[in-house]
Unconditional design. Structure first.
Ligand code: HPA
Length: 250
């Protein structure tokens, strides 16, 4: 397992129908991860995978035990991890159904435990100017393009949730330079960094962010409408990424 890339998958991804080969309930010093560490079959590879919200979608974004999730994977020898997250589109040109590989993030969350340090453990000041692994981002973007889809990039704005944003908040995020909005990239990305895990995100755009398009219905309606198209593309891209043709140690 040490030379494989893990996945942390989010909302809706049970619908990818990934075949679960093994499931290992795991305890960590930080409590239990959101789900057992699953081994799923993708393409020709077996991939360690955690369901970020729990297998029955039990955990809201602010309730997820991000530390336990990353720790459980790292303890299994995982050094590379792709987060799969749904997002809303803020940038013009980013459309529901698209896949995007964020290259930056802005953290608008509050009150989440965002470090393994402190509380008696050595304090860590993680280097985070580049919050995502450039090499892994490149691999994901190439796989998206190879599958014939536009490989979008941009800044991921991470909101606290679980409520959706106001139109004014999205306008502010647009002015800040955010291309997309989601609730789960942080603290996942920085915890991966603290553990030395190469981490990047393949985001699935499932709606226009709040207030961007009055003509397309509520966000809930949009997610119902667009999730399937995004997941279909994601399944194709994952098959391409995990086709056994590359070593995962970056
Ligand atoms: N906002 C926040 N998180 C999200 C959204 C959104 O519009 N869509 C999917 N996750």
């Amino acid at each position: 397992m040490s030379d494989t890339c893990a996945l942390i998958v989010g909302s809706g991804f049970e619908r990818l129908g990934l075949e679960v080969v093994t499931r290992s309930p795991t305890k960590t010093p930080y409590g239990e991860p959101s789900s057992p560490v699953l081994t799923v079959r993708i393409g020709t590879e077996r991939v360690a995978c955690i369901a970020r919200h729990g297998e029955g979608h039990a955990f809201a974004p602010h309730e997820i035990n991000y530390r336990a999730n990353l720790w459980a994977l790292q303890q299994r020898g995982i050094r590379t991890c792709i987060g799969v997250n749904t997002v809303g589109a803020i940038a013009d040109g980013l459309l529901p159904g698209d896949l995007a590989v964020p290259d930056q993030l802005i953290d608008y969350t509050s009150g989440r435990v965002a470090s393994f340090g402190g509380a008696g453990a050595p304090v860590v000041h993680a280097e985070f100017a580049e919050p995502f692994s450039p090499v892994l981002r490149g691999r994901i973007a190439v796989a998206i393009a190879d599958c014939g889809y536009p490989p979008h990039a941009g800044t991921y704005g991470v909101t606290q949730g679980p409520r959706l944003e106001t139109a004014a908040e999205i306008n502010r995020m647009h002015r800040d330079g955010c291309a997309m909005v989601g609730m789960t990239a942080m603290p996942e990305a920085v915890l991966a960094r603290e553990l030395g895990v190469d981490y990047a995100i393949c985001a699935v755009v499932v709606n226009y962010a709040a207030g961007r398009r009055a003509d397309v219905g509520s966000i809930d309606v949009q997610i119902h409408k667009f999730m399937a198209a995004g997941l279909e593309r994601l399944a194709t891209v994952l098959g391409r990424l995990f086709d056994g043709s590359r070593p995962w140690a970056l």
